[in-house]
Design a protein around this ligand. Structure first.
Ligand code: MN
Ligand code: MN
Length: 335
């Protein structure tokens, strides 16, 4: 029996029924059967942390809708994600649109109690990037508050380590400076991938540099990306790692529906391949953020975000199938 039971699309069409993430069952329904849940996926419809264009509060609804066409069998990994993982849609976290810190505290408290804290991993779907702090905090606490903090794979055009904007310390430019200050993330085990300029000033890089965060620009990826990925995968070996994916890391030609677009960058295909190259890393929590449906002609950004969610789940499924075996540069299992 598969770990996640989905409606058969040949019987119940993908365009029918109430839209949950990827048609996964609702968490309450899975819990009622006493089945364990490996990943709880939840929306955080919140965008009061933005510095530019608002609208990401509508992200979870648009991504649920777009995800109806996400299928279950991963061809590159040769794995049926629903056979390996028990997955559920936990609904939306409570938000307070007029209060950023209030919302983050509330989301973290709500997420802390979802499913089985010792087993169920959390995938948050934003919302703007401020919400990453809340899911990071909940994940860190559920993993037993590791003293050294979690590793972090951060895909983004931006560094998100600004101390404050307009006097606000919890906005979407600041989740990782707060997470590092609070010990949730080990900066030396943090990789910010796909960063691109222009920046406000050279000093925007200071925090990351002085704390030892690895910053890999989009251009760097072409000047030795495989080597960087290999080294980082080795550094994260045995390390519990959180994955944070800001959709604006993708070129706005492919993902226009986002609030702080940065031109140039990964194509959809490149970013999916990049995610897959991190197979073997122990992912213990994740988020996909910054989708802005009102700026998303054709729904292409939501569709990509839904597939990024699936790739994150597939990384975990691959890891469970292949265990802790050593891998070659392409991530192939050597055992
Ligand atoms: Mn971001
Ligand atoms: Mn960004």
């Amino acid at each position: 029996m598969p770990k996640t039971e989905l409606p058969d699309p040949r019987v119940s069409p993908r365009f029918a029924g109430v839209a949950t993430f990827c048609r996964y069952p609702l968490l309450d329904a899975v819990c009622a059967t006493s089945r364990p849940v490996d990943w709880a996926i939840f929306g955080v419809p919140f965008d009061s942390g933005v510095t530019y264009r608002p609208g990401a509060r509508f992200g979870p609804r648009a991504i649920r809708d777009a995800s109806q066409y996400v299928k279950r069998f991963h061809m590159e990994f040769d794995v049926d994600v629903c056979e390996v993982l028990s997955l559920a849609d936990a609904g939306d976290a409570p938000v307070k649109p007029y209060g950023i810190k209030d919302t983050l505290d509330g989301v973290a408290a709500w997420a802390r109690a979802i499913g089985d804290p010792a087993r169920t991993k959390l995938l948050a779907v934003g919302g703007d990037h401020s919400i990453a702090y809340a899911n990071l905090r909940a994940t860190w606490e559920r993993r037993g508050k590791p003293k050294d903090g979690l590793g972090l794979l951060h895909f983004d055009s931006h560094l998100d380590t600004v101390d404050a904007v307009w006097g606000e310390r919890w906005g979407h430019a600041s989740p990782f400076i707060r997470a590092i200050e609070d010990g949730l993330v080990d900066p030396k085990a943090m990789l910010s991938m796909g960063v691109k300029g222009p920046l406000n000033s050279r000093s925007d890089l200071d925090f990351a540099r002085t704390r030892g965060v690895s910053v890999v620009t989009y251009e760097d990826c072409f000047r030795g990306g495989q080597q960087i990925i290999r080294e980082f995968r080795e550094r994260l070996a045995g390390r519990e790692t959180y994955l944070s994916f800001d959709i604006d890391v993708v070129d706005p030609a492919f993902a226009p529906g986002t609030g702080t677009p940065s031109v140039g960058g990964f194509t959809s295909a490149e970013v999916l391949a990049l995610l897959r190259s991190f197979r073997g890393v122990e992912i213990v929590g994740a988020d996909v953020v910054e989708v802005l449906p009102d700026r998303d002609p054709g729904g292409v950004t939501s569709l990509l975000a839904a597939h990024v969610m699936f790739e994150v789940l597939a990384l975990d499924a691959w890891k469970r199938v292949h265990g802790g075996h050593a891998h070659d540069a392409q991530g192939r299992c050597l055992a």
